[in-house]
Design a protein around this ligand. Structure first.
Ligand SMILES: O=P(O)(O)OC[C@H]1O[C@](O)(CO)[C@@H](O)[C@@H]1O
Length: 590
């Protein structure tokens, strides 16, 4: 059903299958955590049948859920059973649009096309409290009543609670089609502006709400598909999270084209739509936007990573939970420039700037691990010895104002990219990957705070130039990262720190301003690792498959797959499943 709106998604990415994910021997785009057979169910009709036993139901859900479609589908199913519930839309109690616009303005960064400030608002701030109460008046006593819409759980009535979740990539695909709106917005608008509002307001407000209601959910529904749902009971779901939080966790990766995107992902990863210009990013583990797929007898249900942290964050982060709480602080993603282009020459904010301007508590600091590359590939990193900040600024402004190219090599150094080298990009470092790399970014979680300073005088895929931020960049750059200091301090020098029968453990030291460190195992047959009460993030960067054994249970991961070992696993064994040595990188909080 593509219902009243003809186009619900604007993307060439496939929807998550309902059942029977394709089987692949290598990198799997639909990793699953299996739960007992018979615990996930398909369909609005089965959900209606389950809910029909209750007098009162609340259907809550995340922004991006098309509640009118949900209502129509469920209502049809109830009617087919001879039942006619009364439907009450909680969003009729939202504050007027102009009041909401005024309330959220301080968090939207004015005309800034990209940046706002992390909101401090709560979901209840969007609603008129007395109007909410009126919705619950006793006039509805009698037949079955269903309250529905974002925040339905807030209504002060006893009811069974259903929660519709949706993955963040699908929210973006829907916003690009104009088929969903921001919280309290009324209408859809430019998708980039909608994204800014999702990122700085809606997702935060609704994540807090998710945390508040996590134990009250009676039924969890995966609402990402346009014509079908899958659902499970709250208890089954919470039990599965308790188990997952002591097992290896691989989130569902997702992929996006971009102006500098390349061919590596498209050529090497099975099951993706190939009819795209390129893939630039793989969201391997950018957890604010990843989901986790659970599977029961082949039926798939995805929920947001946030729910894992709200339910079992302490198991995941161990001793670091007290510092980071629900924010998983490490990010892994791919930047694919194979036969593509150069990233912008860019920098990321210093910690203080990040706090003050954007309200974030972790800054965006990065490293580039070169997973693959062509012979001519470069990494732009650090300044030339003779850098003059004023002259650099002038050259950038001249280029931006007149759309003329500049010789960036006069200012910024370029290093030959070496496979398996780790390039360090602490906050305030000028950098950018050149073309013909497959970079595994091992980074801190924030991912949108890029100050592009030079974008090679090119247009984005929508035909418009990408926003340049020379002033913000200048406020954050460290001009002392120049000359010989760059290769000495910003290209990690591995050292062997432990050896076994047929394995070695290397330390790839990161910069003092990085919150995480990097280790690399070279494994002949197997190695046993202790978590020491910390989360580990692993990726197989050379080899075919590895098996991870935790408490006697085994999971297999393929080349280029990223996964988390929660702190609560305590110990795990990595077994090499191929006849060549396996190289596994491991990142963890310092
Ligand atoms: O800004 P560009 O040129 O698209 O660069 C790639 C982007 O991908 C990231 O590495 C991760 O999102 C950002 O740091 C950066 O903005």
């Amino acid at each position: 059903m593509e219902t009243t709106q003809t186009k619900i998604r604007e993307t060439s990415q496939f929807q998550l299958p309902v059942t029977n994910k394709p089987s692949v021997s290598g990198y799997d785009i639909y990793p699953v955590f299996s739960i007992p057979d018979g615990t996930i169910t398909i369909g609005y009709d089965t959900l209606a049948k389950e809910l029909a036993q209750y007098k009162c139901v609340k259907i809550d859900g995340y922004v991006g859920i098309r509640f009118d479609d949900v209502k129509q589908q469920l209502n049809d199913a109830f009617l087919a059973m001879g039942q006619e519930p009364t439907w009450i839309n909680i969003e009729s109690a939202l504050k007027p649009k102009h009041e909401i616009d005024e309330m959220i303005a301080p968090f939207l960064g004015g005309d800034d096309p990209v940046f706002g400030k992390i909101t401090t608002l709560e979901l209840s701030d969007f609603y008129n409290a007395s109007a909410l109460n009126e919705l619950c008046s006793p006039q509805h006593e009698g037949g079955m009543v269903i309250y529905y819409g974002i925040g339905a759980h807030m209504l002060p009535v006893e009811a069974k609670m259903v929660y519709f979740d949706i993955s963040k990539n699908e929210i973006q695909f829907r916003s690009r089609a104009g088929s969903v709106t921001n919280l309290g917005a009324g209408d859809a608008f430019d998708p980039k502006k909608m994204y800014k509002r999702f990122y700085f307001i809606d997702w935060l407000v609704l994540n807090k709400h998710k945390n508040n209601i996590k134990t009250a959910i009676d039924y969890l529904v995966d609402g990402q598909r346009t014509d079908e749902i899958t659902w499970t009971t709250g208890n089954t779901w919470r039990d599965s999270i308790a188990k997952l939080s002591k097992s290896p966790i691989r989130v569902r990766p997702w992929f996006e084209p971009g102006v500098w995107g390349g061919s590596w992902i498209k050529d090497k990863i099975e099951g993706l739509e190939k009819d795209v210009p390129n893939y630039a990013w793989s969201f391997e583990l950018i957890v604010p936007e990843n989901g986790i797929i659970i599977e029961s007898a082949g039926i798939l249900l995805e929920y947001s990573f946030d729910f894992l942290m709200y339910n079992a964050g302490k198991n995941v982060l161990g001793t670091d939970f007290d510092t980071y709480k629900y924010e998983f602080p490490i990010r892994f993603d791919f930047l694919d420039t194979f036969d593509g282009g150069n990233l912008s020459i860019q920098c990321h904010p210093q910690m203080e700037y990040m706090k003050q301007h954007f309200g974030e508590s972790i800054t965006q600091e990065e490293t580039y691990y070169i997973l693959d590359k062509k012979d001519d590939a470069l990494v732009y990193l650090g300044f030339q010895e003779n850098i003059n900040p004023d002259a650099f600024k002038q050259a950038l402004e001249h280029s931006a104002d007149n759309a003329v190219a500049l010789n960036i090599n006069d200012y910024v150094q370029a290093f030959k990219a070496n496979k398996h080298d780790l390039y360090l990009i602490p906050p305030g470092t000028i950098h950018g990957s050149g073309e013909n790399n497959l970079v595994l970014e091992i980074s801190a979680t924030p991912y949108i705070y890029t100050f592009k300073m030079y974008d090679w005088v090119r247009l984005d895929m929508d035909g418009k130039p990408r926003p340049i931020n020379i002033d913000r960049g200048m406020e954050n750059l460290d001009f002392e990262r120049k000359g010989d200091r760059v290769s000495a301090e910003l290209i990690s020098s591995p050292e062997v720190i432990e050896t076994g029968d047929d394995w070695t453990l290397e330390h790839l030291p990161t910069h003092a301003n990085h919150l995480y460190d990097v280790h690399r195992y070279s494994i002949g047959t197997e190695v046993r690792v202790a978590t020491n009460q910390k989360a580990h993030v692993l990726s197989l960067v050379e080899g075919e498959h590895i098996e991870i054994i935790v408490n006697g249970e085994s999971a297999v991961f393929a080349y280029a797959e990223t996964f988390i070992i929660p702190a609560a696993c305590n110990h795990y064994i990595i077994k090499n499943k191929s006849d060549k040595p396996a190289l596994v990188v491991k990142s963890f909080i310092k």
